[in-house]
Write a protein that binds this ligand. Structure first.
Ligand code: URA
Length: 201
């Protein structure tokens, strides 16, 4: 039964991926090398949501495979999880040129795909990585994230018809430590929260 459900989710994700690969809804399709749909367990209890693909993600069509991805892998390992146990996606599925920030019209065009990914996976916990995914996800539940410093490491108990009950934990984007190494301690503390909530599921 559980396996059938997981296969069903995988089939739905595969169908959605086909749609996303063909997407031309915003200008980013013109400059992308590959769409970065997302990857991981279709039945993950924990879903991570980043911002947008960078250079290496665009080259390989996989999320978090560049330098921020190496930080993410270390943080995952620090709480005893592997990529195959969680699901990793982004707000935008195509790389903004020169890694510029996502634009409102791109977020508007792309997030219906993220919504559908979340609705298929139905994670029990969502960890938002950075400002864009944090404001998008908390915003869906009517919560305004005025700054990352005021929301990181907190556990938001949210619920909606599509997602059911879900715990949202915002934290800093893993790339933060690449230019502000002193942030690692703060980020590790957030990840301790993520670990203890995950273990309590
Ligand atoms: N940064 C993100 O937000 N997502 C990626 O996939 C890679 C870097």
């Amino acid at each position: 039964m559980a396996r059938a459900l997981e296969q069903n989710k995988q089939d739905e994700l595969d169908k959605l991926r086909e749609e996303v690969l063909a997407c031309t809804a915003c200008q980013l399709h013109k400059t992308r090398t590959n769409v970065v749909f997302g990857e991981g367990s279709p039945d993950a209890k924990l879903m991570f949501i980043g911002e947008a693909p960078g250079y290496w993600e665009d080259q390989q069509g996989r999320p978090f495979v560049g330098s921020a991805g190496k930080v993410l892998d270390k943080l995952l390992a620090s709480i005893g999880l592997s990529r195959s146990e969680v699901y990793i996606a982004n707000v935008l599925k195509c790389r903004p040129p020169k890694n510029r920030e996502p634009r409102p019209e791109e977020i508007k065009a792309c997030t219906p795909f993220l919504d559908r990914q979340m609705a298929i996976i139905r994670p029990k916990m969502i960890c938002t990585l950075g400002n864009y995914s944090t404001s998008y996800v908390l915003g869906k539940f009517g919560i305004k994230a005025s700054s990352m410093s005021s929301v990181h490491g907190r556990v938001y108990r949210c619920s909606s018809l599509l997602l059911g009950e879900v715990l949202v934990i915002p934290t800093y984007h893993p790339a933060t430590v690449l230019y502000k190494p002193y942030m690692m301690d703060t980020i590790k503390k957030d990840w301790e929260v993520i670990e203890s909530v995950y273990k309590s599921l």
